[in-house]
Write a protein that binds this ligand. Structure first.
Ligand SMILES: CC(C)(COP(=O)(O)OP(=O)(O)OC[C@H]1O[C@@H](n2cnc3c(N)ncnc32)[C@H](O)[C@@H]1OP(=O)(O)O)[C@@H](O)C(=O)NCCC(=O)NCCS
Length: 145
């Protein structure tokens, strides 16, 4: 892989990958969320100036919640997601929590996250307009723990 650049992007820049990767049945113009507004931060991963990954960091009760993490399918498995997770942790400087799609739990476990609660819950995407997807809550340790 060529050098990957990870940097903040405007909220609207996340919509196309959210639509393509996470909730394709939800219209592109419905991918925005109330939590996208500042102080939330959106990180984009660029390969040769092409946006190949997005995630959103939302401040919640003294922690940072990582949301809407999506790598373009043709770029998955090449280390983009791992690099973005590292960047998100470094950027946050607080405990990072997230609702993990069940099929991605191992991806986060390999990178030091643990399941915080055994409860499995369902979300349906923006406006509850997508199909049911099962999640578990995960988190890493705080930087100063
Ligand atoms: C999850 C996601 C962001 C990871 O990005 P990525 O660029 O593919 O991740 P990387 O290439 O850095 O890492 C892939 C690693 O995770 C592993 N991995 C990826 N998906 C996995 C899965 N479903 N189960 C087990 N391991 C998985 C790979 O084997 C690889 O392992 P390695 O670290 O030993 O090499 C990306 O696959 C994605 O966008 N998936 C679809 C949307 C999604 O599920 N988003 C997250 C919602 S919680």
């Amino acid at each position: 892989m060529d050098a990957l650049a990870i940097r903040p992007i405007p909220p609207e820049a996340t919509h196309a990958l959210r639509h393509r990767v996470l909730w394709p049945s939800v219209p592109l113009d419905a991918q925005g969320q109330a939590f996208d507004a500042p102080p939330s931060v959106h990180l984009g991963a660029f390969a040769d100036d092409i946006l190949v990954g997005v995630l959103t960091l939302v401040a919640v009760e003294g922690k940072v919640q990582l949301r809407k993490f999506a790598v373009a399918p043709e770029w998955q498995g090449y280390g983009v997601g791992g690099a973005m997770l590292d960047a998100a942790i470094a950027y946050s400087q607080k405990q990072v929590v997230l609702d993990a799609r069940r099929e991605q739990v191992r991806f986060y476990q390999k990178r030091g996250f643990t399941v915080l609660s055994p409860e499995v819950f369902v979300k349906r995407g923006p406006g509850d307009a997508g199909p049911p997807v099962e999640y578990v809550r995960m988190g890493n340790t705080t930087p100063d723990a």
